[in-house]
Ligand binder design. Structure first.
Ligand SMILES: [Zn+2]
Length: 74
């Protein structure tokens, strides 16, 4: 079933394109990270972090600009 496989692959590519167009990760993924015990989600790369202190260290080393205020995550 070569044709069927090619079709499935094309659909996967389309889905990925759609996700990229929307800016990658969805709100649902952020919620999932929260449920997994990550108190802070980096707004730039959407990686979950267990505390604001760890997040601010991450933000300073990985991203430019001011670290978002802790109050924004409450
Ligand atoms: Zn980040």
């Amino acid at each position: 079933m070569v044709r069927g496989h090619a079709k499935a692959e094309a659909q996967q590519k389309n889905a990925k394109k759609l996700a990229d167009a929307k800016g990658g990760k969805s709100l649902k993924e952020i919620e999932k990270a929260r449920e997994a015990g990550n108190a802070i989600i980096c707004p730039k790369c959407l990686v979950g972090m267990p505390s604001y202190k760890i997040f601010s260290q991450h933000f300073e080393s990985k991203h430019s600009g001011p670290v978002p205020d802790e109050g924004k995550f409450r």
